[in-house]
Structures are given as C-alpha cells and as structure tokens.
Design a protein around this ligand. Structure first.
Ligand code: GRF
Length: 201
C-alpha cells in the first residue's frame, strides 16, 4: 500500500507516521512520497532524514488549481500511490483529485468536527472558551473538513494551560490517533456508508 503524505509545515504528524512505519505499526503501508507546496517546510527535512522521496510543488508555477492538481495527480500516479494522507497540507484539493482518489484521502483536523473547521481551529476553540475540544480523522470529500468521520479523540481544556498548553495536548492526541487510524484504514477496519462509518473490531 503506497502512501503519499502531503504536508506544508512542521510535519510532526508526518513524523508520527514515519515512526509508526519504522516500528512496524503501519500494517502494509509504505510512505513512498512526501510532497509539499512549501519548499521551506520542515516536513521535507523529516522525510529526507527518513530516506523518503520528497517533492516540492509550489503554487506560483501554476496558473490555477486545476493545473496544480493535474501535476499533483501525475506525480501520485507515477509512484502508484494508493492512499493520500494529508498532514497539515494547507491547500484545498480540487474535485479531480478527490474523485481520482475517492475514499482514499485521509485528513487530521485539530478540533472536534463539525466544530471549528478551517485553518485556525485550535485558536478558535480556545478563544470561544470551549471546555472540551479534540482531534478528528476523516475522509476528504469535495468540501473543506466535511468528509465522513473515522475517529475522534477528546482533549479537555484545562484552566491554566493557556493556548500553548492546549496546542501541545492537541498535537499529542493527533500523534497518538492518526497513525492508528491510518493503520486500521489500511487493514480495512472501517466500513463507510454515506456519512456514517463503522469500526469493525
Ligand atoms: C495539525 O494540527 C493538523 O491537525 C492540521 O495541521 C497541523 C499540522 O501539524 N491539519 P504538523 O505539520 O503535522 O506538525
């Protein structure tokens, strides 16, 4: 099962997935490509350090999303990618990519969807004053942060932790949850019917 991980930033979730694969905890999953839209993404360094092929595909070289995603698809198809794992990829995938990899794109979001969609979820949940927030792993559909939910983990907001403490707790929850869900997804433990997913024990 060839996996491509798409990441724009730090890549701590990528790291958790790399570590899981190394520990034999990613089933038949092999991370064969890490692609970033940002050449300065630390995720690229993590991938290189782990001996994983990297690609940078910056948006400026393309006139529109369709062109960008056409090239993205060619890169994925060239490596015979079976599964796309988004790990902090800050671009919206077009319908062409979503259709080509229908039901085979996973994302992790740092809140309990459908609350706090979008790119600033931890801060928005914190500022809203919620007492619990968390992490969601979901399939990607044509819209942003709306696909069927595979798993969620609750993170409590404590009185004195501040935004930094909350961020740390959320990322820890992501690093625990995401590799497990990716592994179980590869092992076909999730049945998906419309919006509903079921975990087969
Ligand atoms: C994570 O919080 C993830 O939920 C969100 O983007 C962030 C990426 O962090 N989609 P990292 O690059 O994996 O450290």
């Amino acid at each position: 099962m060839n996996i491509a991980i798409l990441a724009s930033g730090n890549g701590s979730n990528l790291q958790a997935l790399i570590d899981a694969e190394k520990a034999g905890d990613l089933s038949t999953g092999r991370i064969v490509l890490v692609l970033s839209d940002k050449k300065e993404a630390f995720a690229l360094k993590r991938a290189a350090r782990a001996g994983i092929e990297t690609e940078v595909q910056e948006k400026d070289l393309f006139s529109c999303r369709k062109e960008y995603d056409g090239e993205l698809l060619r890169k994925l198809e060239r490596r015979k990618i079976d599964l796309i794992v988004l790990a902090g990829f800050m671009r919206i995938l077009s319908i062409e990519v979503v259709k080509a990899y229908s039901g085979k794109i996973l994302n992790v979001h740092p809140a309990l969807l459908p609350a706090f969609k979008g790119g600033n979820a931890i801060r928005e949940a914190y500022d809203y004053g919620v007492k619990v927030t968390g992490v969601t792993v979901h399939l990607v559909d044509e819209e942003v942060d709306t696909g069927p939910i595979l798993a969620q983990e609750v993170v409590r907001v404590t009185q004195d932790q501040g935004i930094d403490g909350l961020e740390e707790a959320i990322h820890k929850a992501e690093h625990d949850l995401y590799p497990k869900v990716v592994r179980d997804f590869i092992d076909k433990k999730y049945e998906v019917e419309g919006r509903k997913t079921r975990y087969l024990k």
